[in-house]
Design a protein around this ligand. Structure first.
Ligand code: ZN
Length: 132
């Protein structure tokens, strides 16, 4: 069964840390051990795992992506959000993480982020637990 996490973004480009939301879902589901798939069914978002301790790390990632893929360029897509589609393709729509003792297994400095590249919007992402 897919669990749904609702995420409201407030800016065009935004990183929303969702580690605690995922852990809450695991607790609510009484899920002890296995694998967790976090999937964003949108073409202009991504799921990222990286440092939460120093928030400037994710800011640097966003700045780098925006330099690499500018908002305005010689794109063919008429919606005007090609940069968001490309950034989404680079980061990817999902991550798989192991679960142990009712928590996602992450390194000390790691967290899970929902990456918005074409907000603000209301987004739904899927979280699925697989026993193992
Ligand atoms: Zn588009």
């Amino acid at each position: 069964m897919n669990h749904i996490l609702n995420i409201k973004t407030n800016k065009r480009i935004e990183a929303v840390e969702i580690t605690n939301k995922v852990n809450e879902l695991i607790s609510k589901s009484n899920f002890f051990s296995g694998i967790c798939v976090i999937y964003s069914p949108h073409t202009t978002t991504g799921i990222l795992i990286n440092e939460i301790y120093d928030s400037s790390v994710v800011e640097d990632i966003q700045t780098f992506l925006s330099k690499l893929v500018p908002h305005k360029d010689d794109y063919k897509h008429i919606e005007g959000n090609s940069d968001a589609h490309i950034k989404s393709s680079i980061i990817g729509p999902s991550k798989t993480i192991t679960i142990e003792n009712e928590k996602v297994v992450l390194g000390t400095w790691q967290g899970i982020f929902f990456m918005e590249f074409d907000g603000p919007r209301l987004r739904n992402i899927y979280v699925r637990f697989i026993k193992g």
